[in-house]
Design a protein around this ligand. Sequence first.
Ligand code: NBP
Length: 468
Amino acid sequence: RKANIGVVGLGVMGHNLALNFERHGYWVAVYNRTAEKTRNMIASAGPERRLIGTFSLEELCANLERPRRILLMVQAGQAVDEMITSLRPFLQSGDILIDGGNSYFQDTERRHETLKGAGILYVGMGISGGEEGALWGPSLMPGGPLQAWESLAPMLRDIAAKAEDGEPCVDYIGPRGAGHYVKMVHNGIEYADMQLIAETYDLLKRALGLSAPQLAEIFAEWNQGELQSYLIQITAEVLRKIDEETGQPLVDLIMDEAQQKGTGKWTSQNALDIGAAVPTISAAVDMRILSALKQERVQASQVLRGPTQTFRGDPEHLLHLTRKALYASKIIAYAQGMGLLRQASQEYGYNLKLDRLAAIWRAGCIIRARLLSDITLAYQREPGLVNLLLAPVFREALASHHNALREVLKIGLDLGIPMMGMSTALAYYDAYRSARLPANLIQAQRDYFGAHTYRRLDREGIFHTQWT
Ligand code: NBP
């Protein structure tokens, strides 16, 4: 019999997504460049499973019902182009090719354009949720031709995570590279969220001298309230983990050099390109870059001076403030990410529905959080909302939390603890709520040295002054 879908690339994600489709009653044909992985998968799954192992792309395509649906789960970049070229001779008009990797959205736009002429429907689909999500329910962000979405929707709804209200965490995102664009920004927000949590951990550890297991209890408790999220939950679990060999908290033994695969950097780069401010996402990328300079930092720590004072305040009060500061800065970081999506939607004609994006991030993905239900509601109530910070629910949350963020940053400054994520979040908030910024001076300077002209508050027109 013919399979309903083909999966190419049986790495961590492809393997588990194939099993997820199979568990929902679909026949899945699988293929991997290294044949051994295919054999192992078929052997370990057992003969009763609806899986068809194939050992060439021709065999894979011959085993698929038409129009074919093929999910590529190979490494992003050149491997995707190579697979498209190799698959191309076996595909026919109307077939659907889905790239589920973390491809750069401009690559997806290009591939979409190339395949369009042959009538092949190219879908760039962001997938979030990691290994477990792929198996038990990821958040899916498919973009591309609407016709492809209509054919894929029932299957994707089946395998996707389900939000609390039972709604599947998948929806049509928009044309061309929209799905991969949205996944990129999802990852940018994820970078910011992780950085804010890391700063909170650092402050509490250094100011209060708390151990990892003590911090684990604090994060676990915070996970019961407004901060409830996957990232806070796993932070508690990470902090609780004891290294079996040494008996020490494992986190204390892990090298403090953060790696990155590029999606956070792309988010910052693209935000600069289209003129959207995402300082907290950029700060998260910058802090990963600084973290990677381990040797330099160790040397600099011997010669560069900072404050020597210790924290003398009330520990309970600091915990209370830090929880509020984390929530406030998290709202501001999400507002930056949503603002970028809004701008990109206009720039690229993606016609993004921000309430739908927040809705499909409520479960399955790495940034799933209680906060996303509020974001969904805020955009449902006011689809034209220009900035998330202006939604009544977040305006009020920030009114009651911004002072805690200020207090926590003052403590961090006094102790010399770098809090680039939180401080950019507060600066963004203060800049956005400033009716007047000092850009008048910048305009005057530009006009002084470059005759760049300026506009005036009191008169219409374009002006230039002989400053000397
Ligand atoms: P893995 O590293 O586990 O697997 C990579 C797959 O790509 C293997 O099947 C490998 O085949 C295949 N491949 C490579 Br590498 N180069 C190839 C080429 N030139 N031609 C054909 N196949 C090639 O990756 P993964 O973690 O499953 O990730 C797959 C995609 O999903 C990536 O784009 C990733 O960014 C994205 N993603 C990952 C996660 C996650 O949590 N891991 C989450 C969301 C998205 P081989 O067996 O022959 O080497």
